[in-house]
Design a protein around this ligand. Structure first.
Ligand SMILES: [Zn+2]
Length: 69
């Protein structure tokens, strides 16, 4: 039988600083995803002439109405 004192879960950190870090990280990742889906293309692409990222997100690009071809 497990010891109840050692299996107790820790409290969730709900402080404002922690919330701000999570919000900033989430916003950064969301903007990064939005950039690669909607904007990264052609001569200004971060990966030059390699179109793997563009092709991978191509359907999402059209679904969201970004200009493409
Ligand atoms: Zn397209």
């Amino acid at each position: 039988m497990p010891n109840l004192e050692t299996t107790r879960t820790r409290a969730v950190d709900l402080s404002a600083a922690s919330a701000a870090v999570w919000l900033a990280a989430t916003a950064f990742l969301a903007l990064l995803a939005l950039y690669f889906v909607g904007i990264d293309q052609g001569a200004v692409s971060l990966f030059g002439s390699d179109s793997h990222v563009h092709e991978f997100v191509h359907d999402a690009r059209h679904l969201l109405g970004f200009p493409c071809h």
